[in-house]
Design a protein around this ligand. Structure first.
Ligand code: MAN
Length: 139
């Protein structure tokens, strides 16, 4: 029972956004293929890099915090340490889109990973206005 209490307290301690809109992403995982790897990202969980040839999984980190303003940058830290450092980490940029999908992955510097994650939950009224303006222009 204590373990269940701890788990619930951890779950409840996370920041799910202004309107708790990201709560639905908890426990789900999304993946993208790039070169010899399949990358997986589980919001509020773990991020990993799986070798397609079966050389095993490399941990890119566990969710630690949101960075920046308005829940747009989700940080995963303390992944498997790179030879000569650093410990792997991954920064996920949340962008407004029609479905939940990792659309891009990169390794901007050695063992530092960056992903772009599209989700309807990241859409704001500003996005709606922008799309409405685009539509008007097309019409
Ligand atoms: C593995 C992968 C790469 C990383 C190197 C660093 O091959 O995790 O992404 O750059 O290790 O040695």
């Amino acid at each position: 029972m204590q373990r269940e209490v701890d788990e619930l307290q951890t779950t409840l301690s996370y920041d799910y956004g202004k309107e708790q809109q990201y709560f639905s992403l908890r426990g789900k995982c999304f993946s993208i293929e790039s070169k010899e790897y399949t990358y997986e990202m589980c919001p509020y969980g773990k991020a990993s890099q799986k070798d397609k040839r079966g050389y095993g999984d490399v941990a890119l980190g566990t969710f630690t915090k949101w960075e920046g303003n308005n829940n747009t940058l989700m940080k995963f830290e303390n992944g498997q340490t790179c030879w000569n450092g650093p410990a792997r980490s991954c920064l996920v940029t949340f962008v407004c889109g029609a479905e939940n999908k990792v659309i891009k992955v990169d390794e901007p510097s050695r063992c530092v990973y960056a992903m772009n994650f599209e989700t309807p939950e990241a859409c704001t009224t500003a996005d709606e206005e922008e799309w409405t303006a685009k539509l008007k222009q097309l019409e």
